[in-house]
Each structure stands twice: as C-alpha cells, then as structure tokens.
Design a protein around this ligand. Sequence first.
Ligand code: ADP
Length: 495
Amino acid sequence: MSRYNVLYLASELYPFAKVGGLADVAGTLPKVLKEQEHDIRVFLPKYKVIRDRKYNLREVIRLRDIEVRLGEQTFVVSVKSGFVPDSKVQAYFLEYKPFFDRADIYIDPKTGTGWEDDALRFALFSKAALETLKVLFWQPDFVHVNDWPGALAPYFLKTVYKDDAFFQNTRSVLTIHNVAYQGAFPAEVAKDVFADGPEFNASHPAWKDGKVNFLKAGIESADLITTVSPTYAKEMISSPELGAGLNVELKARKKQLFGVLNGIDDVIWNPATDPHIAQNYSLEEPEGKAACRADLCAATGLENDPERMIVGMVSRLVEQKGFDLLLEAADQLLELPVSLVILGTGQKEIQDSLLKLAAKNPGRVAVKIDFDDVLAHKIEAGADAFLMPSKYEPCGLNQMYSHRYGTPPIVHATGGLVDTVTAFSAKKGTGNGFLFDTPTAEALVDAVKRASDLFGKKEQWRKLMLNGMAEDWSWSASAKMLIDVYSQVSETAVA
Ligand code: ADP
C-alpha cells in the first residue's frame, strides 16, 4: 500500500477547538492515518482558546514572518508547531492575531453571526497553509481541506500555483461535512481575495448567484471531493434543497465525489474507560449503565424513575437538527412514559422554547444551554435512548456514540443516519435503533412510542442495546476506504 504525505486543513480540531462534528473527525482521522504510517500533518488557525502552554506549542524560527499575499495586501503571519495530544500527528497553528485572537472562533458575540471579515480570515488560512508548505519545503501528495474555510486552497492550487513546480505532484481533496455552510460573501470581497486570479464574473469558479462562494470554488477546483456518508453523497446531488443550491455543481463532479462514512474516536468515546461517567461498563458487563443513569439524573434534576425511558439529545440548537418537530411533538411525547434531557447551544428562539418546556415539566424535562463535553458523555452513558430528529444529517456522530454506549438512537431516516441506524426487529433480534421516514411531529412521536414500548420489555431492550454496543464504529474501515479513494486520484495526472 502506498504511504502518502498529507497536509490536512481544518478550521476546528478536537481537543484544541471544537464547535461540532468536524472537530471530532479532524481530531481522529489524522491519528488513524498516522498510525497506518502515512505522514499526515494538520493545519489550523491559532484561535485565542488554544493556549501555547497547555498544548506545548513551540515557535519555529523558519516559520516566523511568512508573507502571504491576498489581493493587493500582504499579510505577515507566523506558524507554531505542536502535536495532537496522545499522538504523533504534527500540528501547525497559523498565528495571525488580528484575525484569530478573538472571543469566539466563528461567531461575533456582538451580532450573533459570523465575523464580518470571515472571507479574508479563511482565505488567509487557505493560502497561508500553501505558503507554509513552501517554507517547510515539504511537498505533500495531498492537501486535504474540510468545508468552506479551507475550500480556497484547491482553488489557489489550480490558479495562482498552477505553474508552480513545487506543487506539481500535489493533489487536492475537499471533504464536505455540511453543504449548507458555503462561505458565501458579497461580491465586493472578490478583489481582496482573488485580485491575482481571473475577473470576478459568472465564469469565475467562486461565482454563485452574484456572490463569492468559497465552497463552490472548492467543488470546481478540488481533484477529489468526499462527503461524510454514502447516503449524503447521493442526497446532495439529488435536489436543490439537499444540495443547498450546489446540487448541479456537485453532480458535474459526480465521478470524483465519494461518500466515506465518518468513524468515531473509540478511545474518547468508550464506556469501558470513559473518565467522565459515574461507572464504567462494557458489552460484557453493561450493568454499570444504571449508575450512570442515576448520576445523570442527579446532575440534571431529572427524576430517576425506572419506568420512564430517558431520551437524551446533545446538539447544536439549529433548525437542521429538527427542534421544531421536537417542540411540536413535546406534549404528546410527555404523555408517553418518557423523560427528556437536552444539552445544546445555538439559536436563541430554540433555547428559549426548550427552557420554557423544562420549566413547565420539572423532573421530566431537563435542559442545559451550554457547551459541556463532560455532560455530553454523561448523557450518552446515562440516557436510555438518544434522539436525532434532524431534517437532514450529513453523517452525525452522536448516533454512533450512542450505539457504543448502549443508548439506542431514535432518528429521522436521512443522510448518514440511514447508513448507521437499522430498525430493530424483535422477531429476528437484529437492528440497533428506531427510524422514522417523514420529518413530522406525528412520525417522531410514533418512533418514540415504538422505543418506549420496547423499553418496557427488558429482555428485548437488552438485546437491542447489545447489538449496537457490539458493532465497530471506529475509523478502521473508513480510513481504508479514504486511502483507496486517494490512490485512485494519485494514479491520474494532475490536470
Ligand atoms: P454537527 O457536526 O452537525 O454539529 P455531529 O453529530 O456530527 O453534528 O457532531 C456534533 C458533535 O458536537 C458531537 O461530538 C456532539 O457531542 C458535540 N456537541 C454538540 N453540541 C454540544 C454541546 N452543547 N455540548 C457538548 N458537546 C456538543
């Protein structure tokens, strides 16, 4: 098998900075590939939350004061070096304080939306990564970028660096974790970002509906595109809704588009060794889950009633995740022997509605508005079932954590949830969760009812739990698939 050199760009990476699933993937996949002896190194912005001391980051003399040109401006950046904890994966941190030394990585607290200069922030991120390679004199086989924040790197490779001998053997890979987030900016930013490229008009790879669209530039430029589950790969080209308006552009790249299911970090998400939960447990000895349930109830104020099925959710509070369905279904759900525990941060309206629901139902509904890694682990371990009513879900990680923790998922059959959740059959004793096909409140209630009925049948429920716990959700199969995909493109000439 070929061994590849890869620079992996991610705008969030666990444990340095995390907002959603991208951080988990970026924190895990490189470790797995490194163990398979690929030389993979990660590149991320040095945000304020990433402390030099905590992660032992070092200055590298060679990587100080690198000049990066964007449009008419030259930015002088530095790159620090460290390692992804518990691994040999080298990590490079792009230091440019005016852009990255801020209170939040994506959201401006003053407006509650993205930072005004996001186009420049992440254009700089992409171009600085390529300039860093030149200073390091390290010529990777692949520059692998994730989502719109890195999507201009493939574009720059195909334009500014097209004739640069340094990159002649470097291919680019774009992984799309969620096509709805595209990095779309007013046309005016084009001159700041692309002045050394072609004119900004409808023939420009980044042009979309009169705006600058970073993800589109990446889709048109990358040698290879992957997304995070086989079903989502099909969905994103199937309709303007699921492709978030980029379905046509993605379809044009169908031959280079692959769905590679995300895996999980099975060291961090392992109930047998998890330091955050009240008692460790495993497939062989699942009994410790009861202590985790009691601990979750104590931590959140839920009543620990053994007759009621505790349904957990850990999620960004955004429309995509189906909170409108949940809120519409809430009264009916609470007629069932069910309690709810919800952890999340996000849109204010969703936060307020959930808090109201909790206030109305003390002991039955617990809501914590926070980003709390420890409580996320406690919910996976202590809840009986896990709910994901997502409208669409590119992959989803929590349902796989839930399998591992013996907390069967109840999901809307979409995207990666289809690839990872199979309906439990009491007759055959097969399956690992519950699905509903249409995203409606009735279908959601029906699925939760099916789950709560089974919860009352202890032997069958135990079988369901153990089915999920016995499965392998690690990166091993998917990492192999990714390398197969890499090898297909590395055998063809760079266009
Ligand atoms: P997405 O990337 O769309 O947010 P995923 O299911 O792929 O969804 O991944 C979400 C990740 O973020 C999971 O690891 C989940 O546990 C974590 N997460 C989301 N919200 C919170 C929160 N409020 N507190 C702790 N962890 C959270």
